[in-house]
Write a protein of this length. Structure first.
Length: 308
């Protein structure tokens, strides 16, 4: 039971062509659901904390909850900062015990993104912590990340090669058509696999990351809507596309929206069927179970079962 780095996890994932699930955590039930599924499937895992999660639950609480989950399940895990917006946040997480951090400078011009990422990488590396960066802009909304469709920019393969060499980052989140949130596609789902292949060829052996990769499964959306929700037309990344990406250098896949859908649907169902219920354990317990089942499902498509 230990906090581990992404370095060896990604080396194995790249070599064996699977991806590690990176699940966003916000509270005890999510942490329990994710880690119980991981333990049963014997899969590697990245538990990641966004700016919104740090604000909601506090970094210190989440750190201790994750440690408790590791003790109860016997798993190792990566504790990762998702979408760190500046050097100070990344430094605080490195100093606070995180074993991986992401600096998201994608909102800045290319040279500014390079300078910020390099600064974070130099500090994190001095403490033995790997750094994820982002090049390109994903559309959609997630916590404090908001990008309009018109402002989304796909990752340029040539720039990606230069970016990695100049910053020293350890993994790179690329934009190939995924987006944050539950409404990823207005028409048929499509990812730019040709672009992904070019990036892989220019950066052989280098781990790539997919953000905004939840699938918004129809069955999860249906449960939410059947029990009073209003989530019409939600469409995510088909799971077979995620499986294809794992064969093309993608070693980390971020999953947040699907956890939210599962949790919300389970809670709505309890409230609808038992309107007199007011014991939080009676609705948060089913929510935890729903999250566990979603994680097990994702592990299968990522191909990482039994890889821990």
């Amino acid at each position: 039971m230990a906090f581990v780095s992404t370095k060896k996890l990604f080396e194995k994932a790249y070599r064996e062509q699977y991806a590690v699930g990176a699940f966003n955590i916000n509270d005890m039930e999510i942490i329990q659901g994710v880690t119980e599924a991981i333990a049963e499937e014997k899969a590697p895992v990245i538990l990641q904390v966004s700016a919104g999660a740090r604000k909601y639950a506090r970094q210190e609480y989440l750190l201790h909850l994750v440690r408790a989950a590791m003790e109860c399940t016997g798993i190792d895990c990566v504790l990762h900062l998702d979408h760190g917006e500046d050097f100070e946040i990344c430094k605080a997480c490195v100093d606070g015990g995180f074993t991986s951090v992401m600096i998201d400078g994608s909102k800045y011009p290319f040279e500014e993104n390079i300078a910020l990422t390099k600064k974070v990488a130099e500090y994190a590396h001095s403490k033995g912590v790997p750094v994820e960066a982002e090049l390109g802009k994903l559309a959609g909304v997630e916590d404090n990340v908001s990008v309009a469709d018109k402002d989304a920019i796909y990752t340029d393969p040539a720039q990606a090669e230069e970016f990695v060499k100049r910053t020293g980052c350890d993994s790179l989140a690329v934009a190939i058509g995924t987006s944050h949130g539950a409404y990823k596609f207005k028409g048929e789902p499509k990812l730019d696999f040709e672009r992904l292949e070019k990036i892989k060829k220019l950066l052989p052996g280098f781990p790539l990351v997919l953000h905004g990769a939840s699938s918004a499964p129809a069955d999860l959306v249906k449960v939410c809507n059947d029990y009073g929700g209003n989530i019409p037309g939600a469409r995510g990344v088909p799971e077979e596309m995620i499986s294809q990406a794992t064969k093309m250098g993608v070693c980390k896949v971020n999953i947040d929206t699907d956890l939210r859908l599962a949790m919300t649907g389970a809670i709505r169902k309890v409230f609808a069927e038992s309107p007199g219920e007011f014991d939080p354990r009676k609705y948060l317990g089913p929510a935890r179970d729903a999250i566990k089942q979603v994680v097990k499902r994702k592990i299968k498509f990522l191909g990482c079962a039994g890889k821990a």
